[in-house]
Design a protein around this ligand. Structure first.
Ligand SMILES: [Ca+2]
Length: 176
């Protein structure tokens, strides 16, 4: 298994959820990625990627964006090309946040929410957010680069009670 030696290189994060009932305000979920440098791996992110954006170095792209969850298959898709990132970037956190306007919404309020993290045809993780049903946002994955430059994946499902902007600044904090 050579893939173990080269670690994780190019990852896709795919999110889907059910749209709100007819006449209700739309359910808008966002995939958010935060990139941290070796200087401050648990502090301020160097890049924050969400909505209809990509990182300035082009290594993280939100390929598909949805504000409603309408349609078949994946609603939001993000690609992370970890192997192309500058060596000074050593940690990437990925999370999912629910837009909180109008009104507070948790994962328990939105049916059939699921995220899948894969490298090619290899599934690294899949979550249905049932473990964080009372939260408004959650981390799903942590990628860290080891001393030899190889990226490792770790499942990291932690619920937060924060709007997407606050969550983006909180999600990288060290777990005590
Ligand atoms: Ca969205």
């Amino acid at each position: 298994m050579s893939s173990l030696n080269k670690g994780v290189e190019k990852v896709q994060v795919a999110l889907k959820w059910d749209p709100s009932p007819s006449g209700a305000p739309p359910h808008d979920l966002d995939i958010i990625a935060a990139v941290y440098s070796a200087d401050d791996p648990h502090g301020e992110p160097v890049h924050l990627v969400h909505f209809d954006r990509r990182s300035p170095d082009g290594t993280i792209t939100l390929n598909r964006d949805s504000r409603t969850g309408l349609g078949f298959g994946d609603d939001e898709v993000m690609t992370l090309e970890l192997h192309r990132m500058a060596s000074s970037y050593v940690r990437v956190m990925v999370g999912v946040a629910i837009q909180q306007s109008p009104g507070r919404k948790t994962f328990g309020d939105i049916t059939n929410t699921a995220v899948r993290i894969a490298e090619g045809y290899t599934e690294l993780a899949r979550h249905d957010f049932s473990a964080v049903s009372g939260s408004t946002a959650a981390t799903v994955a942590e990628f860290t680069r080891d001393g030899s430059g190889v990226w490792e994946f770790r499942e990291d499902v932690r619920g937060f009670d924060a709007d997407p902007d606050s969550f983006a600044t909180l999600m990288g904090a060290a777990v005590s």
